[in-house]
Design a protein around this ligand. Sequence first.
Ligand SMILES: [Fe+2]
Ligand SMILES: [Fe+2]
Ligand SMILES: [Fe+2]
Length: 305
Amino acid sequence: MLHLWSAKLETGLPKIDEQHKELFRQVGVLMDRTKAKADRIPETVNFLGDYVLMHFNDEQGLHASVQYPKAAAHKKQHIAFIAKFSELKKKLGDSGDNLQFEVMTEINSTAIGWLKDHIMVHDKEFADYYKQRQARLPRGGPSAPRAAPKAAPRLWRPELETGIPKLDERFQEMFRQAEILLDKDKAGLAGETISSLGEYMAKHFRAEERVQAGLGYPAAQAHQRSHNDFIRKYKNINLKLTAANPGDRQKMTTDIGRGLTTWLKGHIITQDQDFAAYYKKNRQGGQKGRGFLYRLFQFLTRRQD
Ligand SMILES: [Fe+2]
Ligand SMILES: [Fe+2]
Ligand SMILES: [Fe+2]
């Protein structure tokens, strides 16, 4: 029953592709009038409904695992399909034998049409995001496992160092990502980079703020305001970019890359270095304090996924 399936529906995520094929197989069973004997219809329709739910759940779980920015809109699509499917299922239950075939045809065309459109556009878009993200960002974002040290990014300057290696590593990763935005040859990666970099930074900010709060850092509030200010502006710019004409996007992307590195340099020099100095001073406290700070530092750098 795989004739409904075609290679262009492949997302490249094996588990998702397997589930999509199974969905088409089930719809195929319903379409085959020799197999879809009247008494088997309700069973197959029920199975299809359950399988769809399971599949949507798996997909949404995958969205959450990588903080997919379009997860909410995608989920809305799933919910709309479930609503439509339930309505048709009810109609099927209510229809007499003579109407069953018509309702069945409606279920089939709805299911096939919707699945194809949805997979082609939305599931594939997610699959691309997922694959790019797996390939480029260290797993777990800010608390990436410490593999071989990477070369310092081009825009990095020694005076930006805070003296806390884990913080410096993260800042360098932000610069590395920002450099993708400044590179015209990587224009295709811009949209995804802007989203993943925004998440990476937001995660890092929250971790930094937790440590500051835990240490009673006196400038914690002002520091947090600076983070929040940045996140708000960044979101606005990203929205504008999404709405912009394709012709304007390249310049906007470069501006975002420049604005971001300028902000980051300013923030590191005026605020993060101040915090780093405070952190280092307080870390040198007594044995007891050391243990506590050590745990906080572990907290700052732990895996967050
Ligand atoms: Fe989906
Ligand atoms: Fe799907
Ligand atoms: Fe900061």
